[in-house]
Design a protein around this ligand. Structure first.
Ligand code: FES
Length: 104
């Protein structure tokens, strides 16, 4: 069995992300990964709290170690197409760990 090229974790069970739509984001990511032909290459996993509550739903992609905050359903296709398929992370959604979306 191959190991995954990318591993995506979605905070779904922490208190705030669960209220902010983490489950929906996880489901949409899984759907888009299958439709994008990435099954077996990219794994979407539910995760517990990332200790960054209040900025969710939060998504982390490895091996790049890119954090996305406040991900909305309409952002999911862009993350899958841009980051997971084209290897171009979606900078406008980057999270810098300080509570802000990263701005360059
Ligand atoms: S509930 Fe998602 S980071 Fe804490």
């Amino acid at each position: 069995m191959e190991i995954f090229e990318k591993h995506v974790f979605v905070c779904t069970s922490g208190k705030t992300c669960s209220l902010e739509g983490g489950e929906e984001i996880c489901s949409l990511l899984r759907k888009e990964v299958v439709e994008g032909g990435l099954k077996g290459k990219v794994r979407i996993n539910k995760a517990g709290c990332f200790d960054q509550c209040g900025h969710g739903p939060l998504v982390v992609v490895y091996p790049e170690q890119v954090w996305y905050a406040r991900v909305k359903p309409e952002d999911v296709k862009e993350i899958v197409q841009g980051h997971l398929i084209e290897d171009k992370p979606v900078e406008r959604l980057f999270y810098d760990g300080s509570g802000r979306i990263k701005q360059d």
